[in-house]
Design a protein around this ligand. Structure first.
Ligand code: PMP
Length: 403
């Protein structure tokens, strides 16, 4: 102890060790596995070849030859780094081409790319609303929406999950006709942990009636829903009625990055006000070129989207027949509901030993007591792969007396 300082020394980092111990005790500690091969139906993980049931590689673009060729060509022509933020020296012709392609694909006036979908949310929400305005947010919206809302500093009014009647009540209470506050309604298009689809048509009608802006995060809708994977707005035929859509380039598009698509006035505004656009370096040439190649493929054929959906129907119907609860999923995201986090972790560990890679998801990603294994179906799977996964799920389910 220092003689001049009578306060006994304490370990200032003890709180981290305490928190880790708690997570471990409650079965909530995340263990991270390491991938040693390209993405695909079967991958090498921690030294073992396993069936991959947990990547967001919906259409197989993460290791697609056309995307790889486009990325290699972009490196040859433009190098590896953007060397600047978009507003200084980071906007290449590759970026503007991708943004034009995305706008055309989504059927909107304009699009802007970001370094991630997370950044796209964090950029957009504070650019649209501030402390004097209101946000109406589905209670199960993604973490990046929640963080974007917090940064916006506007009061956040949560409505019940996928419940337009609940949104209507909240709008009546907080944003009655004639109110001169700005209001923004935000929903995921497809909910990432449950795989259900927002009732977009009803939400759009309410936003219109109450004169609120409406924003949809379509991270899991793109490449999945709508004609040829054009997303949730296309699925509900709501073109022109949703002010702004958030997208990611890291799931169906197979690469990395995010984008915002919508009315030109909003996209132009984000070029002035979207803080990750102004203050964080641009996407790399290779990423952008690979994404352009992904859009080209999607525009030329819907074969992969069809395969994704036939795999989804095949897997879900057989899992349900085997006695598993797949929640309220309507999309390739297939939660296998298991309840306690420890059960889900044990299930996932046993699956891995049996050659199936499917991660357990617990609190805070999903509510307490609603832990699950979240299976992600991909167009890269063949029926025999899915049969193998179903057989192993059933084997472990019986072993743990869950089915
Ligand atoms: N929104 C939703 C609904 C998501 O599921 C995700 C990814 N988990 C994101 C945004 C963030 O996208 P990205 O991984 O590109 O940051």
């Amino acid at each position: 102890m220092c003689p001049d300082n009578p306060i006994p020394p304490i370990d200032k980092l003890q709180f981290i060790a305490d928190e880790r111990a708690r997570l471990e005790r409650e079965g909530l500690l995340i263990s991270i596995r390491t991938i040693e091969s390209p993405q695909g139906a079967w991958i090498q993980v921690d030294g073992k070849r396993v069936l991959n049931l947990c990547s967001n590689n919906y259409l197989g673009f993460a290791n697609h030859p056309s995307l790889k060729t486009a990325a290699q060509k972009a490196i040859d022509e433009f190098g590896v780094g953007p060397a600047a933020v978009r507003t200084i020296a980071g906007t290449t012709v590759l970026h503007t081409k991708l943004e034009e392609q995305l706008a055309r694909f989504k059927g909107v006036e304009a699009a802007i790319s970001f370094q991630s979908g997370f950044n796209a949310n964090v950029a957009t929400i504070p650019a649209l609303v501030g402390k004097d305005d209101l946000i109406f947010s589905d209670e199960l919206n993604h973490a990046s929406i929640i963080d974007g809302c917090r940064l916006a500093a506007a009061p956040i009014i949560r409505f019940e999950h996928c419940n337009p009647a609940s949104l209507e009540l909240k709008l009546r209470e907080h944003h009655p006709a004639g109110s001169n506050r700005r209001a923004l309604v935000i929903t995921d298009g497809v909910f990432s942990m449950d795989g259900d689809i927002a009732p977009l048509a009803a939400l759009v009608e309410l936003a219109e009636r109450f004169n609120a802006m409406i924003m949809v995060d379509d991270a899991h809708g793109e490449g999945v829903l709508g004609k040829g994977g054009r997303g949730a707005v296309d699925h509900f035929k709501m073109h022109g009625r949703v002010d702004v859509e958030i997208g990611t380039l890291s799931k169906a598009f197979g690469v990395v990055g995010g984008f915002v698509a919508g009315k030109r006035i909003i996209i132009d505004h984000l070029r002035q006000k979207g803080r990750p656009f102004l203050f964080s370096s641009a996407l790399t040439p290779a990423d952008v070129a690979a994404c352009s190649a992904a859009v080209d493929i999607l525009e030329s054929s819907d074969d992969l989207v069809r395969k994704l959906w036939s795999n989804t129907r095949y897997f879900k119907s057989r899992m349900q027949a085997a006695g598993f609860d797949t929640g309220r999923s309507e999309t390739p995201i297939t939660p296998v509901m298991l309840g306690e986090a420890k059960t889900a972790q044990q299930f996932s560990r046993r699956l891995f030993e049996e050659g199936v890679f499917a991660m357990a998801i617990g609190f805070p990603t999903v509510p307490m007591g609603k832990a699950r294994i979240r299976v992600m179906i991909s167009a890269t799977h063949e029926e025999k792969d899915l049969d193998y996964g179903i057989e192993k799920f059933a084997q472990v389910g019986r072993e743990l007396k869950l089915i």
